[in-house]
Structures are given as structure tokens and as C-alpha cells.
Design a protein around this ligand. Sequence first.
Ligand SMILES: NC(=O)c1ccc[n+]([C@@H]2O[C@H](COP(=O)([O-])OP(=O)(O)OC[C@H]3O[C@@H](n4cnc5c(N)ncnc54)[C@H](O)[C@@H]3O)[C@@H](O)[C@H]2O)c1
Length: 254
Amino acid sequence: MGILQGKRILVSGVLTDASIAFSVAKLAQQEGATLVLTGFGRMSLVERIAKRLPETPPVIELDVQNNEHLDTLADRIGEHVDGLDGVVHSIAFAPQSALGGNFLNTTWEDVATAMHISTYSYKSLAVACLPLMKEGGAVVGLDFDASKAWPVYDWMGVAKAGLESCNRYLARDLAKHNIRVNLVAAGPLRTMAAKSIPGFKEFEDSWPERAPLGWDLSDTVPAAKACVALMSDWFPATTGEIVHVDGGAHAIGA
Ligand SMILES: NC(=O)c1ccc[n+]([C@@H]2O[C@H](COP(=O)([O-])OP(=O)(O)OC[C@H]3O[C@@H](n4cnc5c(N)ncnc54)[C@H](O)[C@@H]3O)[C@@H](O)[C@H]2O)c1
């Protein structure tokens, strides 16, 4: 019996089979979960990728900047499952001007877009799913260590710092619904989102050397395993936490 047997889980953020969310979805199914996916924009691509999972889950559309999508989300999920035990937030975006070393010149409009999609949406998604989580459950988000200023990560780093804070406030306010809220801070992985960061190669070159356990830039499974574990019954008293899945790099001085 898998550790998510009988659990109903919403996974956002599948775009390609390199997406962290794809690995989470695959492992969650292998561990017994029933899934619903959300996709953004390129829905036919997401539906095609969903077919590569052990069982093809339903895919519903969600643009986290679209209030109508959010307001109708619970009803649309409810057409496929009678409730949710877990929600995975694997969503981030920043305009090009907010990344790549242009920190001092990025406009508020571009910063606002990054914060709306990468930070505020953690709260929006959790609240949109709340009517379906009557028996409690777990919310898990994907983070990149925001305790330091990194090369090229710029306003996405600020957005992730906000995400880490949002994680603590959500943990505070959703505890009364018996919902745990935790982040997985993954090391750099070669996904579509990563490829859109100009200068991402700087992370690729240094991370595997800094990480005492080593680091495989194309293996999303370790981060996905942590997400699945956090949604299982094996972290019953953990909330507001950040679990680092980075080969140990965060613990080591440069
Ligand atoms: N790749 C890395 O190095 C890395 C490391 C740590 C954390 N993360 C985080 O993991 C998460 C998933 O990213 P990924 O690396 O798997 O890349 P990805 O490109 O596969 O996933 C990003 C997802 O965000 C979605 N998205 C963008 N704008 C959206 C919107 N308006 N509404 C709804 N969805 C939207 C995209 O459709 C895509 O599915 C992100 O939060 C990212 O910051 C990534």
C-alpha cells in the first residue's frame, strides 16, 4: 500500500515531462493517490504530457492571475473528485527584465507580475481549494532558497522570499482547518522555468560541487519525493516548514 493511498491530490504546474510537478504527479499516483491536474496556457501540451502518467488524470485550466478561474476552481475540481487531501503549488513566472542581473532597473509592473504569479498565487490556490478540504490535508509549494542573494535570480529571489513568508502565514491561518502548509526548497533543475533564466548556467556549474551529497540537475525525483512525503501521513506535526532538497548545498559555506 502506498503512502498516499486513498488521497485525492491537486497538482498544478505540469508543463513538460521535465516539470517538477510531472515527477510529483507520477510518484503520487505510484503511491496510490487519485489526481487532478491544472494546466496553464498551453492546455493541449499539458493534456498530452498528462497521458504519459501511469493513469491519465483530468486536466483543468488555471491561470492564477484569472479571478474567474480561481472562483470556479473548487466546482470544476469537484466534477472529478469529492474532496481534496493535498494541493501542490508548482507555479512561478517572472518577466525577463526581472531576471539575469537587471535588478536595479526592473519596473514595478514587471515585479508585480512576478509576485502575483510566484508568491500571491500560493495563497490564492490554497484558498480556492479550501472548500474541498473539509477533512484537512496538506499544501506543498516549490521554493528556491531565498535566504541569500543569488547571481541572476534577482526579483524571482524576492518573490521566493515572499513565498517563504507566505508559507508561514498560511500555516498559521490554515491550521484551524487541520491543513499543513510546507515548502520544498529544491536545488537547480533543468526545467522550462529554469531555461528562461538568463545566466542559469552559473547555478549549474557551481551547485553539484557545493552540494556535499552531489546534485543531478536533471533529476526531479528527489524534490518530488519530498512533496509526496509531506502530503502523506508521515509529517503529521510539521507545518510552516521549508525542507531543503538540494544535495545539502544550503548548509555549506561557499
Ligand atoms: N527548476 C528549478 O531549478 C527550480 C528550483 C527550485 C524551485 N523551483 C520551482 O518549482 C516550481 C515549478 O517550476 P519548474 O522548474 O518545474 O518549471 P516548469 O516551467 O516546468 O513549471 C512552471 C509552471 O508554472 C506555470 N505557470 C506560469 N504562469 C502561470 C500562471 N499565470 N498560472 C498558472 N500557472 C502558471 C507554468 O505553466 C508551468 O507549468 C516553480 O515554483 C519554481 O520556481 C524550480
